[in-house]
Design a protein around this ligand. Structure first.
Ligand SMILES: NC(=O)c1ccc[n+]([C@@H]2O[C@H](COP(=O)([O-])OP(=O)(O)OC[C@H]3O[C@@H](n4cnc5c(N)ncnc54)[C@H](OP(=O)(O)O)[C@@H]3O)[C@@H](O)[C@H]2O)c1
Length: 241
């Protein structure tokens, strides 16, 4: 049983709390906007691990506070990629323990592997053009989603004629993967990857039915890192071999 601090008590924070309790863990501290200074408290230093789902503006500060307190942190906040690489580097140097995933759902991580396979095969056989559509609830702050960016990076790595992505409706050059971000209703997260040639269309879709899959992945990540040092991601948690 772990003592888990939840940082960010919004939609994901509540779901993480439910899943963590179901798995027998305790939640001695929840840090949200109204009690943010408790991240510097002794109570915080005494938890085994923190799980952070907040906003791109505060994520780096929260992860740094975890490093300073010696608390391993699972972070799922998206939209702060420019600063994230610094924190990954610090963790790799042993200055903190960080598990980061743009998407904690096990199904999405299998979906990443399927897209990797599709991209590497299609780059060899035909002139297939990739494109991505992501659909999320209207309160989502960042666009495109971290998951759509991860998908674009995976496809880029396996289709040499592409480098980078561009968010529609911005102008787009032939070497960029177009990403369309749709915001509607309460959609927890849908990602659709299309590979289109003159002859046909291949489409792979992942549709989250709720936030539970993300929360479960984050709690499994906490169980994985609480006694480790360094940087980890979903490839360390799921054995694809
Ligand atoms: N990696 C994944 O698998 C995954 C899955 C789902 C979501 N996400 C990401 O996780 C993040 C959170 O998503 P969510 O749906 O839970 O959002 P949310 O419902 O808006 O919750 C965010 C929580 O963080 C709090 N917060 C914001 N700024 C803060 C600050 N300066 N200090 C302390 N607390 C602060 C918010 O408080 P207020 O309400 O007072 O602002 C709110 O309680 C987003 O970046 C989202 O894209 C990742």
């Amino acid at each position: 049983m772990l003592r888990i601090c939840i940082i960010g008590y919004g939609k994901m924070g509540h779901e993480v709390e439910r899943v963590a309790r179901e798995r027998g863990h305790s939640i001695p501290l929840i840090v949200d906007r109204n009690n943010h200074n408790e991240i510097n408290s002794d109570k915080f230093k005494n938890v085994d691990v923190a799980i952070e789902f907040t906003s791109p503006q505060i994520a780096k500060q929260n992860v740094q506070a975890c490093f300073d307190a010696g608390v391993p942190v699972v972070c799922g906040t998206t939209g702060w990629n420019d600063q994230l690489s610094d924190m990954i580097e610090k963790a790799r140097q042993g200055r903190g323990t960080l598990f980061y995933a743009s998407n904690f759902s096990i199904g999405v991580n299998i979906f990443f592997k399927l897209n990797q396979l599709a991209a590497s095969i299609l780059s060899r056989v035909e002139d297939y053009k990739p494109s991505i559509i992501e659909i999320h609830h209207t309160q989502k702050l960042d666009a495109p989603s971290g998951t759509a960016i991860s998908l674009a990076n995976i496809i880029n790595a396996h289709m040499p004629s592409y480098s980078g992505w561009s968010l529609l409706p911005n102008n787009i050059t032939d070497d960029k993967i177009p990403i369309q971000a749709v915001r509607e209703g309460a959609v927890p997260g849908t990602h659709m990857v299309t590979f289109e040639s003159d002859q046909d269309i291949i489409r792979l879709t992942h549709e989250a039915k709720s936030r539970k899959g993300f929360a479960l992945g984050a709690v499994l990540a906490a169980e994985f890192i609480y006694n480790r040092k360094g940087f980890y991601n979903m490839d360390n948690l799921i054995n694809f071999d």
